[in-house]
Design a protein around this ligand. Structure first.
Ligand code: THU
Length: 128
């Protein structure tokens, strides 16, 4: 399943709309039901409206009715890790899951939500 997820993330990366940064990002999110949701970054001339690949995949899965996520793969040119905003959203919607980071040559790094966002702020911190 890991190799399929990696392939989906690399394919999604090719669909990225990133004419400003030219930094193309793909994501593949696996659900416990065995579905895989792709995502890519989508930029805008009004730069702050840009959405990252990870959130595109997550929001598209949520919109399709999915609630239980088992693995996320993020593909970039250089295998870097998700931005802070995405780490927070991953924690909110996925809790602790394995995350694989891949570069375009196939080099991978294995990490997880809590490793990327230790001492995360979450629902439980809101109190009653
Ligand atoms: N980007 C992502 O898609 N995911 C990240 O975690 C980091 C940044 C995108 C946003 C923007 O389109 C481009 O990469 C450069 O920041």
């Amino acid at each position: 399943m890991q190799s399929k997820l990696i392939q989906v993330s690399l394919d999604a990366r090719k669909k990225a709309y990133a004419p400003y940064s030219k930094f193309y990002v793909g994501a593949a999110l696996e659900t416990s039901s065995g579905m895989i949701y792709p995502g890519c970054n989508v930029e805008n001339a009004s730069f702050s409206l840009t959405i990252c690949a990870e959130r595109t995949a997550l929001f598209s899965a949520i919109a399709a009715g999915e609630k239980d996520f088992t693995h996320l793969v993020v593909a970039t040119e250089n295998g870097v890790s998700p931005c802070g905003a995405c780490r927070q959203v991953i924690w909110e919607l996925c809790g602790e899951i394995p995350i694989t980071l891949v570069d375009e040559t196939g080099v991978r790094t294995e990490t997880s939500s809590s490793e990327l966002l230790p001492q995360a702020f979450g629902q439980q911190d809101l109190g009653s």
